[in-house]
Write a protein that binds this ligand. Structure first.
Ligand code: FAD
Length: 529
């Protein structure tokens, strides 16, 4: 049997493709490794909903803890105490050298742990792309239908040319409000320096929620949202399962694509992750949404390109703790949205021709997790007892445009046993610390309501933004091996489409997932126009 439309991956981009194809009345098959959370961990959300005891919930996470701990970032989210998002297959061994990454084999991919931050791209940031803003964003509303965005009409509207989302249905926290008001007081001065701010736009909504309502401010965004308010593509998949045209094949690792450049039909071999058996599927069109690293590994081991490596662009990530210059004696607020509540964008040509995107987080318990192993669960109560300190702490997390950042290379090799290995290493291009410091100097000068000490800048290693891609950038030159057409097909292969952020020509500082979904939706819509 030959499948007309075969998708690999159930993350946000794979599900966008599936949804759009189903809307067009097509029959869709989706292959996924598809790891899921253990029942015992999943139940913790329901347990919480019974008594809504925040501290008890944090204590119960330990009981179910099955954490690998192999990642550099101590603040990663382990939904309901499980590491299922990070449990990868036995067939892909990635060795890193001065580079960081996360790839997932979970149902829902990395949307199980993402921070739900979204934003359009700034026009200047993508002005040299081979596609116009209008064409790129033409099918934006299709993505908003499947992933509603909470947004506000504010100062950020003077920065972006594209407006997204509906008014936030939940309140900004007390600490968020204080910071926001301070920015508002200095609005004109900030805007003069190219600094714009507003409530963070996030993929938070009531669409898939358990009680049909929006964000309940449980304070658990970094531990697992018990009410399913944070978008996760697995919720969309669960909805699509009722469509008779949708066929989900889970437990399968996509191992190798066999595709003759002149043939309209290809074959993919998959391995059953439980019994290791190989099965094959034939396809007319295949859509690769494995996440940029997964997609590159599949293309490399399938020898679809001649070279043995792929290059990724990334948005350099940095963060810095800051302290408000005034003391607040108000009670520390546990029940709040603990994601970033304020976005700041900076486009100041004295520093760069490209914008930097900053997310402001007020203090929350996840920041204490690295101390928990030494001091126990009581550590989580510290902010409650010392509100005059913790009310005033904010973390600013920033991302640069990939043109201001270093890059990564993924090289495929075979070990002595004949198995494939993948070496992920940094490609040094520039000293990113210098440009980060310039952005921080500007903040320090213009946002003089916060203390910032540059000594505390944490300039993450390349890849630690988890916003990488640009590995098969869309271009008008079909001869480039490691490239794709504007229609999304891998150059030289008319029926292999790349539908994740591998095809974005750059990784602007603004969060990319929403934009990659918009692009995936465009590819499918244009294909059927
Ligand atoms: C901690 C963290 C926070 C983040 N926060 C944000 C944010 O706030 N905003 C933002 O825009 N982005 C954020 N991101 C990035 C975002 O999560 C990813 O860009 C997004 O999930 C990518 O979607 P995707 O569908 O392309 O791939 P993924 O979500 O990576 O999904 C890949 C899918 O492919 C499947 N798969 C992989 N390999 C194979 C194989 N060989 N065979 C079969 N199936 C396979 C997996 O099972 C999975 O279903 C964050 C990432 C991390 C790690």
């Amino acid at each position: 049997m030959v499948f007309d439309n075969l998708i690999i991956g159930s993350g946000p981009t794979g599900l966008t493709v599936a949804h759009q194809l189903l809307q067009k009345g097509k029959i869709v098959h989706l292959i996924d490794v598809g790891n899921t959370i253990e029942d015992s961990n999943k139940d913790l959300g329901n347990e919480f909903l019974k008594d809504r005891d925040f501290y008890k919930f944090l204590r119960t996470l330990d009981k179910n803890k099955k954490i690998q701990g192999a990642y550099n970032n101590p603040n990663l989210k382990y939904p309901f105490g499980s590491d299922f998002v990070f449990r990868n297959n036995n067939y892909e061994k990635i060795i890193t050298n001065k580079a960081d990454y996360i790839s997932s084999n979970a149902l829902g991919g990395l949307s199980n742990i993402w921070a739900t931050m979204v934003s359009p791209f700034k026009d200047e940031d993508i002005s040299d792309w081979p596609i116009s803003m209008n064409r790129f964003y033409k099918y934006l509303s299709d993505v908003e239908d499947i992933m509603p965005i909470s947004s506000s009409r504010d100062n950020l509207d003077n920065f972006y040319n594209i407006k997204i989302g509906e008014e936030h249905g939940y309140k900004i926290s007390n600490a968020g409000k204080v910071f926001y008001n301070k920015c508002e007081e200095k609005k004109n001065l900030l805007n003069d320096k190219g600094i714009y701010f507003g409530r963070a736009k996030s993929a938070i909504s009531s669409k898939y929620s358990i009680n049909g309502k929006g964000c309940q401010s449980y304070g658990l965004c970094h531990f697992g949202c018990p009410n399913n308010n944070m978008f996760n593509s697995k919720y969309l998949l669960e909805d699509l399962l009722s469509n008779k045209n949708f066929h989900y094949h889970t437990g399968l690792f996509a191992e190798k694509i066999f595709q003759d450049k002149n043939s309209n039909t290809g074959k993919i071999e998959c391995r059953n992750v439980k019994n290791n058996e190989i099965c094959s599927f034939y396809f007319n069109k295949i859509f690769l949404s494995l996440g940029p690293i997964g997609t590159a590994m599949l293309i490399l081991r399938s020898s679809l390109i001649e070279q043995d490596h792929v290059r990724f662009k990334e948005s350099q990530r940095f963060y810095i703790p800051t302290l408000l210059k005034s003391i607040s004696l108000k009670r520390y607020q546990v029940n709040k949205n603990t994601l970033s509540e304020i976005s700041i964008t900076i486009l100041n040509e004295l520093i760069s021709n490209f914008s930097a995107h900053l997310q402001v987080y007020s203090f929350s318990e996840i920041m204490l997790r690295p101390l928990k192993d030494f001091l126990g669960n009581l550590i989580y109560r510290t902010p409650y007892f010392l509100p005059f300190i913790f009310n005033n702490i904010y973390i600013i997390l920033g991302y640069l445009h990939s043109k201001d950042s270093n890059q990564m290379k993924l090289k495929i090799t075979k070990n002595k046993r004949g198995e494939y290995e993948y070496m992920l290493s940094e490609i040094y291009i520039k000293d990113t610390k210098e440009i980060v410091e310039q952005f921080i100097d500007l903040l320090k000068k213009e946002m003089n309501f916060i203390y910032i000490n540059k000594k505390f800048i944490n300039n993450g290693i390349t890849g630690s933004s988890y916003h990488y891609g640009g590995s098969f950038p869309m271009s008008l030159d079909e001869k480039i091996q490691c490239g794709s057409s504007i229609n999304g097909n891998l150059n030289q292969y008319k029926n292999i489409f790349i539908t994740d952020q591998s095809v974005l020509p750059d990784m602007p500082g603004s969060p990319t997932t929403f934009n990659a979904m918009v692009n995936a939706s465009r590819i499918i819509n244009e294909m059927h126009e």
